[in-house]
Design a protein around this ligand. Sequence first.
Ligand SMILES: C[S@@+](CC[C@H](N)C(=O)[O-])C[C@H]1O[C@@H](n2cnc3c(N)ncnc32)[C@H](O)[C@@H]1O
Length: 477
Amino acid sequence: MDFFPIFLDVKNRTSLVVGGGDVAARKVTLLLKAQGKIHVVSPTLCADLQASLDKGLITHTAREFQSTDLDDAYLVIAATNDPAVNRQVSEQARDRHLPVNVVDQPELCTFITPSIIDRSPVVAAISTGGASPVLARIIRSRLETLIPAGYGRLAELANRFRDRVKARFQDPKDRRLFWEKILQSGVAERVFSGHIEEAYISMQRALDSTEPGDGMGEVYLVGGGPGDPDLLTFRALRLMQQADVVVYDRLVAAPVLEMTRRDAERIYVGKERDHHAMRQEEINQLLVDLAKKGKRVVRLKGGDPFIFGRGGEEIDTLSAEGVPFQVVPAITAASGCAAYSGIPLTHRDYAQSVTFVTGHLKDGSINLNWGQLAQPHQTVVFYMGLVGLPVIIEKLIEHGVSPEMPIALIQQGTTEKQKVFTGTLASIQAIVEREQPKPPTLIIVGEVVQLQEKLSWYKTPEVPRRGATSPIGPTAD
Ligand SMILES: C[S@@+](CC[C@H](N)C(=O)[O-])C[C@H]1O[C@@H](n2cnc3c(N)ncnc32)[C@H](O)[C@@H]1O
């Protein structure tokens, strides 16, 4: 290692910043986060530093650097645009054994400032030893996605229980094991999802019992998005990689399912048209039973769990049974398919509103407010509408929509098998008969569809990777 990593306590100690420009201002911002006292020496100040001075956050001497400026300094940062001044500050600080950093001149530094991920009190620092600050920033942005924003709150909880845990487990090895389990358990997830009080209760229960954990598992109702695994949220991914059991249905795309923990038990509960591997009530009960056995269960659904996903029914049962749960939203098929096919769902010139409806055919009809859906200047998105397409077309035209109204069918949107078929209400059925689109398919009706030709950007590869995109299980719409 070229540098020894340490974290300095600068609270109530004076950091001297020489320079009054934007670079100096960035360093000042960081020092302020660490509650340091900051004195800036510079003939002039940039707007940000002037604002900090006006708010009383920093002090300022308006002149060039002098050696006496170092008298009260605890650490020194030189950030002027004059190399001679920077060198002078560095030499004099080193003569006095003061830690000094000269921005972008590692050879003049006795310390460097890392790229940081701030989840205070948790702070992760990344340094390339001055070799490539950009690389440090790239690494940081990768880590940012892995470290939940709630880690700070989790550290606070751990701190509050520190003495109690110490008293409960005298042997440091037992203590470490306890913390290792608890910090990756449902307690942590309760903190991340904002259930701080429940987290404290669970933590106390875990401390009171002989085993870490409170015996009760939990259920994460996770939206898996429309198919492209890149569209998963950070939280979805984290929970998918933690869960002991994954309960999934047909709509979940194979690459999304692949993102779950390798050794997790996977339970397929079907849900294809007219063929359910498991009835909804049985799924609800399964989730309750698994959680009561102490399992962390991801209930993985295609798209967003609260949009035509029966998510409400599933958590209703969990709530009635006292099983802790959280819901992770996701990109719904309408947003995913629209974006990946280049059809903006609203547009100032064409559509001022968008409506999501189910086109599910029941007893040969679709029970919708057709008069409202036929109004102009809107986009209507039909989920589950492929089988009922002839009824949809007939009803819209019957209620006054022009047969020339543009319509798009998006097959397996956002996946490598995505196909987009466009036409008009009058022409689309012939296209469907010819092309035989495969489910899942989403239907978009509205003037916005005409933008597709111009705005289309997503290209599916010529040869799809094997198994990469097909939905799980047999398909039907
Ligand atoms: C039971 S709904 C579930 C919707 C899901 N919860 C969501 O938010 O996207 C199933 C319907 O969503 C639509 N759908 C879901 N994923 C799709 C995809 N990748 N491409 C096209 N349509 C999709 C189809 O209309 C399908 O019949």
